[in-house]
Design a protein around this ligand. Structure first.
Ligand SMILES: C[S@@+](CC[C@H](N)C(=O)[O-])C[C@H]1O[C@@H](n2cnc3c(N)ncnc32)[C@H](O)[C@@H]1O
Length: 193
C-alpha cells in the first residue's frame, strides 16, 4: 500500500466521511448471504455508514480501517471501537461469517492483492462469504487525488480470487459514481468459502 493513499484519507477524513449519505444498496444482498447475527469483518470502513447499517441489521461487526482519522470518525458514528488495521495486518483464522470490503481492496497494489485475498480466505469460517468491490481498469496507477488503485479487469480479478479454493466466485459489474464524481465502472466479487 502506498503511503499517499492513506495520507489522502487521513488528511481529508472529515470531508470524505461527510460525502457518503446512504449505505451501499448492495450491502444488503451480501448480508442476506451471511449467517444471521453472525460475525462480520469490514475492511476499510471509511466514515462508517455501511458499518452502522451492518450493526442495525443485527450483525456482530468488527470494523477496521487503515486510516486512524477515519477509524475515529467511524467509531463515533457506530458507538463502538473501530480498529486501525492495514489489510495486510489481517491475521484472523476462521472466525468471520462475512468479510465486507466496499471500495477498499481496490487500493491494494496488484502485487499484494493475492496475499490479502488469502488472508481474507483464512479469516472466514467454513461457509463464510466475502463481498469486495473494485474500480475496474486496465493499468494500475494513481487517480487525480493521489490515491493508488489496482484498476483490474473483471477477468483479472476473477483469476486473482481463484488463487484461493473458494466454493463459488461470482461477479457483478455496473457503472456508478465515486467520491471524485467521475463515472466509474465497478466490479464486485462475492466468494463463498
Ligand atoms: C474508497 S474508501 C471506501 C470507504 C468505505 N468502505 C465506503 O464505501 O465509503 C477506501 C477506504 O480504504 C481505506 N484504506 C486504504 N488503504 C488501506 C490499507 N492499506 N489498509 C486498510 N485500509 C485502507 C481507506 O482509509 C478508506 O477508508
Amino acid at each position: 500500500m502506498t503511503d499517499a493513499t492513506l495520507n489522502f484519507y487521513d488528511k481529508n477524513a472529515e470531508e470524505y466521511a461527510a460525502g457518503k449519505g446512504a449505505p451501499n444498496p448492495r450491502l444488503f444482498t451480501f448480508l442476506d448471504r451471511c449467517r444471521p447475527e453472525g460475525k462480520v469483518l469490514e475492511l476499510g470502513t471509511g466514515g462508517g455508514v455501511d458499518a452502522a447499517a451492518i450493526i442495525k441489521e443485527g450483525f456482530d461487526l468488527d470494523a477496521s480501517d487503515g486510516s486512524a482519522e477515519l477509524a475515529a470518525i467511524a467509531s463515533r458514528r457506530i458507538g463502538q471501537p473501530v480498529r486501525t488495521m492495514l489489510f495486510n495486518e489481517l491475521n484472523a483464522v476462521g472466525i468471520y461469517d462475512g468479510v465486507y470490503a466496499c471500495a477498499s481492496l481496490t487500493h491494494v497494489p496488484r502485487s499484494d492483492l493475492r496475499g490479502v485475498i488469502e488472508k481474507v480466505y483464512r479469516a472466514l469460517s467454513e461457509n463464510g462469504v466475502v463481498w469486495a468491490s473494485f474500480k475496474a481498469g486496465a493499468e494500475e496507477g494513481s487517480d487525480a487525488l493521489g490515491r493508488h488503485y489496482n484498476y483490474l479487469s473483471q477477468d483479472e480479478l476473477v483469476t486473482l480470487w481463484a488463487a484461493a479454493p473458494w466454493r463459488t466466485i461470482e461477479t457483478e459489474v455496473w457503472l456508478g459514481g465515486a467520491y471524485d464524481r467521475k463515472p466509474t465502472e465497478w466490479v464486485a466479487i462475492t466468494a463463498s468459502k
